[in-house]
Design a protein around this ligand. Structure first.
Ligand SMILES: [Zn+2]
Length: 511
């Protein structure tokens, strides 16, 4: 049975509010989330709805008053059989791309990037061709960054893909003959607007070279928009198949479907395959027995959430667990709000301060880099250090960075008075012994300095010895907090990095 939760009812209906808060917490707790999206997530970005009769269609209609083409016909591979529908298609794409170029990513696109930065996103899959995920910071299948240049079977470096563009990318063009592809430039757009397509430069060079040695000229392909039409194979089909198989093998613990009417056949299959895997990876009911807290937490894993303005059809019974009624932007904003309240430690930002200048003249401190907390990364004494594969230190959206200014907050009078939310290990899924052990350690000394040195790639700290001339006054506050844990930096040999532990505001202050 699909549980329906209306975002509009979240303020007036306590049970709905509670269930929505539980879903937010589920997002915060899951670690391998697959997100699939459709046109609904780009509605708020200023991209005209190209299924409605006004807007872009009206403009195209002005240019081709006698042509009757429905929305579906404009995206069907059969359009290339007719020169007129081909011309209409090129003109339409040119106008659509121009309107996409001035659009900006929505809160939903930024949410995807947040999940990725927090190392919770297994992969994003989208039907959209607008490339707004890429602009939000998720590397897509059509990106130059993932292209392979070797002679291997794979055309892209699948491991580096964060967003799978199931229907291609309007920002690229592809040769109809040799498949060479290029970014879609303004001169391409002007040609498309006139209803034609430019020649492929690679084909042209090859042909000219043959003519120069008195051989027969070769066929020269046309550069068409690199989007995938209905009934057309995806040029990266094999690579996308491998990415999907790899993601299924990694047993995702949550599936979020947003802004799609779930009508396209291939897309429906992809969603059903992921939903089955997510349900299979859900913990068995026996694991949910025990304390209410444990039951609550275990219930979070293995859910399929559908967020859309229109309801899913009956064929999705037993596949979708929760249907959230409303705009995706509103839902993601609620998730982030609930998440920040429930797990403030996930949003902590550590800053690395760099001491510069001369100790005699006082020197100065500036922030070298900011590192957000990345969940699932243990930082305790016995923690395994895995190489960080995601772009952990990529710049974050403004609203994710807490404004922390000196002087630093004072350390609490005793370790026991530090808020428990600082600790990563209060996860109820841990065993009681592990919980107390890890919890106590995290409260006492969240990150050992030697490990910080490794985390931040600083090799100078271990060599610094405390001598009178090395003493460097970082200020009263620092000495009060964790000064005893911080080896004395040496000034002025070169630049010295000092890591300071910053305490996030208490839950109370956040609320
Ligand atoms: Zn070509």
């Amino acid at each position: 049975m699909v549980v329906t939760l209306d975002l509009d009812a979240s303020t007036s209906d306590p049970p709905v509010r509670r269930q929505l808060a539980n879903l937010s917490l589920a997002v915060a707790k899951c670690k391998k989330i697959v997100v699939v999206t459709g046109a609904g997530i780009s509605c708020s970005c200023g991209i005209p709805d190209f299924r409605s009769s006004d807007g872009l269609y009206a403009l195209v209609k002005q240019q081709y008053p006698d042509v009757v083409l429905k929305g579906r016909d404009l995206f069907d591979a059969s359009l290339f059989r007719d020169p007129t529908s081909t011309a209409v298609f090129y003109t339409f794409i040119s106008r659509l791309k121009k309107s996409i170029d001035v659009a900006t990513p929505s809160p939903t696109h930024r949410f995807l990037k947040t999940l990725d930065s927090k190392r919770k996103l297994l992969r994003s899959y989208t039907q959209n061709i607008d490339g707004l995920e890429d602009r939000a910071g998720l590397v897509g299948t059509s990106s130059d960054e993932v292209k392979t240049h070797g002679k291997g079977k794979s055309k892209i470096k699948t491991k580096e893909v964060r967003n799978v563009q199931l229907h291609g990318d309007i920002h690229r063009v592809r040769c109809t003959f040799c498949s060479a592809d290029y970014p879609c430039a303004s001169e391409h757009l002007e040609t498309f607007l006139a209803g034609t397509a430019p020649d492929c430069p690679e084909c042209a060079v090859r042909s000219t070279a043959r003519v120069a040695r008195s051989a027969r000229a070769l066929k020269v392909g046309k550069l068409r928009p690199a989007i995938v039409l209905y009934d057309e194979p995806h040029p990266l089909g094999d690579d996308i198949g491998s990415i999907q198989s790899a993601d299924i093998a990694r047993k995702p613990d949550m599936l979020i479907i947003m802004g799609t009417s779930l009508k396209v056949h291939g897309f429906k299959k992809l969603v059903k395959d992921f939903a089955r895997t997510v349900h299979e990876s859900a913990p068995p009911p026996s694991a949910c027995a025990g304390s209410p807290l444990k039951k609550n937490a275990k219930n979070f894993a293995g859910k399929v959430i559908f967020v859309n303005k229109t309801a899913p059809g009956s064929e999705w019974d037993g596949i979708i667990d929760y249907y959230v009624v409303g705009e995706t932007d509103r839902w993601v904003e609620k998730v982030i709000e609930d998440w920040k309240k429930a797990r403030p430690s996930d949003w902590e930002v550590q800053k690395t301060l760099v001491a510069t200048g001369d100790a005699a003249t006082g020197g100065s401190l500036h922030v070298a880099k900011e590192i957000t907390n990345t969940m699932g990364t243990k930082v305790g004494k016995g923690a395994k250090r895995k190489p960080v594969r995601h772009r952990e230190n990529a710049p974050l959206p403004e609203d994710e960075i807490w404004d922390i200014t000196l002087p630093l907050p004072e350390a609490p009078p005793s370790p026991s008075k530090r808020p428990q939310s600082r600790c990563h290990y209060h996860d109820v899924e841990s065993s009681p012994s592990k919980k107390s052990r890890e919890g106590a350690r995290a409260v006492r000394e969240p990150i050992h300095f030697e490990e910080r040195g490794l985390l931040f790639g600083n090799t100078t700290n271990s060599k610094v010895r405390s001598t009178p001339e090395n003493d460097f006054d970082l200020g009263e506050n620092i000495r009060k907090s964790k000064a005893s844990k911080i080896p004395k930096p040496r000034i002025p040999t070169s630049r010295v990095e000092v890591v300071l532990e910053l305490r996030p505001p208490s839950r109370k202050a956040l609320a």
